[in-house]
Design a protein around this ligand. Sequence first.
Ligand SMILES: [Zn+2]
Length: 459
Amino acid sequence: MSLLGGLDRHITQSRPRFEEWLGRLVEVPTVSMDPARREDVRRGAGVAIGYLKELKADAVLVETGGHPMVVGGWVRNPAWPTVTVYNHLDVQPAMEPEWTREPFKFSVHGDHYYGRGTTDDKGPALTALLAAHYAVEQNLPLNIQFLWELEEEIGSPHFAKGLKGAAWLRSPDSVVVSDTIWLAGGRPAAPYGLRGNLAARLTLETATREAHSGLTGGVARNPLTELAAVVSACVNARSGRVTIPGFYRAVKPLGQADRAQFLKSGFQVAAFAAAHQLTKLRVRDRAAVMRRLWAEPTFEIHGFVGGYTGPGVKTSIPPRAEAKVSMRLVPDQEPAAVFSLFRKYVRKLNPDIRVEADGMLRPYAADLGGPYAEALRKALRFGFGKEPAFIREGGSIGAVVTMAERWKAPVMFLGLSLPEHGYHAPNERFDWGQASGGMKAFVKYFEEVSRIPVKRRVR
Ligand SMILES: [Zn+2]
């Protein structure tokens, strides 16, 4: 039987295993953010290794200095193309009072699977694993490796180090990340770009203790007022346009193909606003909203620290203040270069302000026209019966840029989560429709990629 011919039957037969394995994994609370869960995170890695071994795959626990990562899979012939599938097995905390079931108790209700981590990202990880197992059993000429991180929810602090230590992994020809959300059920969406990020703190001290505004006002310098003036000079509050000189210099204009993909995506402004409970927007035009979210940089002020915040008004002048800001960046803005433009500008406006970077992530955009994007398009159409929308994501995934840079391989996004699955939210769930369609899509992707001629590189 051909690879795709026996697939539906295989998927139906794998359902009990999928549910049992997802249940066992969900019931290990791999909350990477919680130091008290350190051993649970490690135990989750152990469960994942057990699954790989049960499928006769290689499996290795990699120490990173933080939570470990798991690598494994089937590398059977170095002459074949190699795909690396990335998922993460750590989860968000589950403290929200809205949970109607125990978050770390797995439950099946018809086609729905409940529990923290079902959709983000344990369900998609097992979907990819069972699809790969099928492809390997059918002897598809492709090496398939898994990279399961356990620190994604805390910003992948040891990912680059872990990757260096993961000697088992071959440099792949393609990377698939399965950890993104469609815009709506029934319409597959594949992001092909992510914004980067640059966070910074501005601090100013003008006295060693607070002063009375009646005794010193008019002479004392007010650090809150001065910081407010400086951040106001960085962004137009009404339009959102960033006003740091040179900020847009490296921004690649959005191409015709990108624009067309966005318009075809099915994105709806009202649904977007409702999902995030936004009551006022800067713009409501659909094309403008998508362009701003996915393809334009931003400057945001996240917090001012300083002065009196109790009831009423206390007429003191604060001695110091801090502004916490960040900029979402788009291709080809380089965070370090943007940071130096920003620092230079702030210094010019107010040389007494201290400027410190607080984390940088590069933006990422895959080639929409390449053979891997085409393979992904075919895969999603095969899995879900509909053309996927190629969109971008406004957020940042640190691991993506690290993998793209280390392996010089295209990174594709085959995400399976739906908006109603409750990503990072209470009552998280996944469903069999997305899992079974996802298995089909993964097998098709593997088949397509096994046929793409490999560019031989120095490995
Ligand atoms: Zn995730």
